[in-house]
Design a protein around this ligand. Structure first.
Ligand code: RIB
Ligand code: CA
Length: 335
């Protein structure tokens, strides 16, 4: 049985790789995408999601919905320093979308997917938690029907936002939404958190980026992603001094699922995590505003606490990424 996933994202260069992995990894069944504000305004991320799905040749199979347009209470922050004004700067090869945004609301679409794949579905969040918090606030009966929530966000020892550099962008832009998910007694223990502690170990070196471009077949699709990776690498070197390559945050959300659903042996994935109760600093006057703080650590036998990732077999990770591009090339519609 494939792993049914819903992708709640803000494409976004690393979101683009997560979309590719969701579309083409043999273990994953991508049910739908909602594009929310985050790396760029929601109108931009929605366009980017549709363009990427078109480039991947999946515009007839994967529905794209407009997600949350702004944080629950705050004014939106974006990340042009990393992703550019469009949210996906760095290439001219992104095609005009061949699909429109779905008319149906993401709330109705997500509810239908959760009910159809009840107790088996994972909600993957690679942007702010606003869309998910909105859904589960308005429709709390869905909480018990979600098997896992795999989140790129937060960080225990590492940050990339606020005066102390102790917060992570996805959580920092909507801390109330993050606290809703991470503090809810029905949700927190089924959350898998891929924070900066682990994502800063997933560095897309120039060798990785060359492998994405490929040596023999320089397909337009590979060239497109090569250019996106180069832009992402240049941004991260300039903005956060990453000299060996950018951290590829978002696709890591899919890796623990391969182990937890029994697709890949634990010995291969080697996802190393702790079980923690977390709370996000939501007082704007605090220098640690947006930081994910540990309030309790559990023993594994307690089976409680968010599963916070600290390491994984990165060779295995890159192998999943590169093989998804081989598959993607067979479907791509850009020539
Ligand atoms: O802090 C990294 C996260 O913020 C990633 O999800 C990236 O895409 C941005 O959304
Ligand atoms: Ca993202």
């Amino acid at each position: 049985m494939k792993i049914p996933v819903w992708l709640d994202c803000d494409p976004g260069h690393d979101d683009a790789i997560a979309i590719t992995l969701c579309c083409f990894h043999p273990a994953l069944q991508l049910l739908g995408i909602n594009a929310s504000y985050g790396n760029a305004p929601a109108t931009r991320t929605a366009y980017n999601a549709r363009s990427l799905i078109t480039a991947l040749g999946m515009f007839e199979q994967i529905p794209v919905y407009a997600g949350a347009q702004k944080p629950l209470y705050r004014t939106p922050e974006y990340a042009p320093d990393i992703h550019g004004e469009s949210g996906l700067d760095g290439t001219e090869l992104l095609p005009e979308p061949k699909c429109d945004l779905q008319e149906k609301s993401y709330l109705d679409a997500m509810e239908e997917a959760i009910l159809k794949y009840s107790n088996d579905i994972t909600i993957v969040v690679t942007g702010p938690l606003t869309s998910l918090a909105t859904l589960l606030t308005q429709r709390p009966h869905l909480k018990s029907k979600i098997r896992y929530i795999s989140i790129m966000g937060g960080g225990v020892e590492v940050g990339n936002r606020n005066d102390n550099c102790s917060a992570e962008f996805n959580v920092w832009i909507d801390p109330e939404a993050a606290n809703f998910v991470l503090q809810d007694s029905e949700l927190k223990d089924k959350c898998i958190l891929l924070g900066l502690d682990i994502t800063h170990k997933a560095i897309a070196t120039q060798q990785v980026i060359e492998n994405v471009r490929g040596v023999v077949d320089k397909s337009k699709l590979r060239q497109l992603f090569y250019e996106l990776f180069q832009f992402f690498a240049h941004s991260y070197e300039g903005a956060q001094d990453f000299k060996n390559g950018p951290p590829l945050h978002d696709p890591l959300t899919l890796i623990p699922l391969l182990e937890f659903y029994g697709w890949t042996p634990k010995s291969q994935v080697q996802f190393y995590y702790k079980r923690l109760d977390l709370k996000v600093v939501d007082d704007t006057n605090q220098p640690d505003f947006g930081k994910t703080c540990v309030i309790k650590e559990y023993d594994f036998e307690d089976k409680k606490g968010t599963m916070v990732g600290f390491n994984s077999n990165m060779e295995f990770f890159w192998k999943q990424i590169l093989s998804s591009f081989e598959e993607a090339e067979k479907h791509s519609t850009i020539e």
